[in-house]
Ligand binder design. Structure first.
Ligand SMILES: [Zn+2]
Length: 446
């Protein structure tokens, strides 16, 4: 059959503040392309509606009364190898934790067989959690990076994948020369692009300025331009990191300017964390059309600080959410939503009781949270015209949510908005009956 018709409740974001709930919705997917070809609202009689269309022979998928479709979750920042130790080392702060946990773990990915086992587990887990798109940091090793791409292709996730670069301030056992770093990055980009699979995109990935020399960052900027690929890195995560970084690049005005001075900020770039930023730095991101990956769990877990997402949204900066596994201990974007909620409430409390003074400060609403984990993430990755909600001609990346089977108890009488909120705050992977990427079922409980 050429088409699949999904019939039931559709939930998606239309804008930052506007959550649309479509009852008795019809969503038609072209099975070959995995693309949404038609959306119809308020269809009371499916058979009579279909009889007026060219979808009469379509496969019909009817959602139950306590089920709905929501766009797939988008994780704009995660470290695939670090899933190995997710949930440990949470007593440390960033720079200590890199030395004790991250570098020893990542260096083991020189062994491609080891990488293959670990990467299969992490991609399967993310898909089970409904992360249909993820932007990954891998390691410095070309062979293991290629293996990660192959595994992601096989399992069907939409992904941005980066070979990590570091040619300074890293341990002897986990460092590369500037030349090797650039050569391997070029080889990695070509390896991914030659696949001609639009679900996988190479992303230039300097770990952060501390581990990257000026010649390396300039070379990476040139590669990103030459191959027209995105750039991801970390920015302004914690105070010690910021002080150390600025001491290494004294010619730049501030941390954000270091990346700007190395031509790494553009409309295809996105920066993880951005916890401690001046107004000038936020304006620079807005001017360069560079997005941010807000990783609230990680910011709490490594006690880096509390990022005020509202400041970025008010300046027109693109914002998506990230798990930052394993700085963040959870692989679930539902956890990222809840951590983002707590960060936003913490800023509200700081305004009310603490040093900040805006008594009218508005914490993020449930509608805004859903936007950030779907359409906002798509915007950060430059995919807003392809994924993020249920518009015609977008890819069918979706979660079939079942409220009656899983971790939610319905008490009766809840409005549809309350049910969506319950899913965001009480739901889990157990509520995901099916997970689709580009029309293909890639995971799910049923
Ligand atoms: Zn990170």
């Amino acid at each position: 059959m050429a088409y699949t018709v999904y019939y039931g409740t559709l939930v998606h974001s239309v804008s930052l503040t506007e959550l649309e709930i479509i009852k008795n919705g019809v969503l038609v997917v072209d099975n070959e392309k995995g693309v949404i070809v038609h959306v119809e609202k308020e269809v009371s009689d499916l058979d009579s509606f279909l009889s007026t269309t060219s979808f009469q022979d379509a496969k019909i998928e009817k959602l139950g009364s306590e089920q709905f479709l929501v766009p797939g979750f988008i994780d704009t920042h995660a470290h695939a190898p670090q899933y190995m130790f997710a949930g440990s080392g949470m007593d440390l702060q960033l720079l200590e934790w890199l030395e004790s946990h991250v570098f020893p773990c990542e260096s083991a990915f020189k062994d491609v067989e080891h990488a293959s086992e670990a990467y299969t587990k992490v991609i399967e887990r993310f898909l089970l959690n409904g992360t249909t798109t993820c932007s990954w940091f891998a390691t410095i090793h070309l062979g293991a990076c290629k293996k990660l791409v192959d595994i992601i292709e096989g399992l069907g996730q939409r992904a941005f994948i980066g070979k990590v670069n570091m040619d300074q301030n890293a341990p002897d056992y986990y460092i590369e020369s500037t030349e090797a770093s650039l050569d391997d990055t070029r080889a990695f980009i070509e390896y991914v692009q030659q696949k001609n699979n639009h679900l996988v995109t190479p992303v230039v990935t300097p770990r952060f300025a501390i581990t990257c020399s000026t010649p390396l960052m300039k070379g990476l900027s040139q590669l990103a331009n030459q191959y027209n690929v995105p750039i991801q890195t970390h920015l302004c995560e914690n105070h010690d990191e910021i002080d150390f970084t600025c001491s290494l690049f004294k010619d730049s005005k501030d941390y954000t300017s270091i990346y700007d001075d190395h031509q790494l900020l553009n409309e295809r770039s996105y920066m993880a964390h951005c916890v401690h930023m001046t107004d000038d730095e936020i304006k620079m991101l807005a001017d360069r059309k560079t997005g941010i990956a807000h990783c609230a769990n990680s910011n709490f877990s490594l006690h880096s600080g509390v990022c005020d997402v509202r400041r970025f949204l008010n300046q027109g900066v693109k914002v998506g959410l990230g798990t930052d596994v394993a700085g963040g201990f959870s692989a679930s974007m539902l956890d990222a939503v809840r951590s983002t909620f707590f960060a936003s409430k913490t800023v509200k409390i700081m305004h009310r009781d603490g040093p900040l003074k805006d008594k009218d400060y508005a914490p993020l609403s449930p509608a805004e949270l859903l936007y950030l984990v779907t359409l906002g993430g798509a915007d950060v990755l430059g995919l807003k015209d392809q994924i993020g909600n249920f518009e015609k001609n977008k890819a069918f990346d979706a979660l079939w949510v079942d409220l009656e089977n899983g971790s939610i108890d319905l008490m009766g009488g809840e409005t549809m908005h309350q049910k969506v909120e319950k899913f965001l705050f009480n739901g889990s992977d157990q509520n995901l009956k099916h997970v689709y990427v580009q029309g293909r079922r890639v995971a799910g409980k049923a």
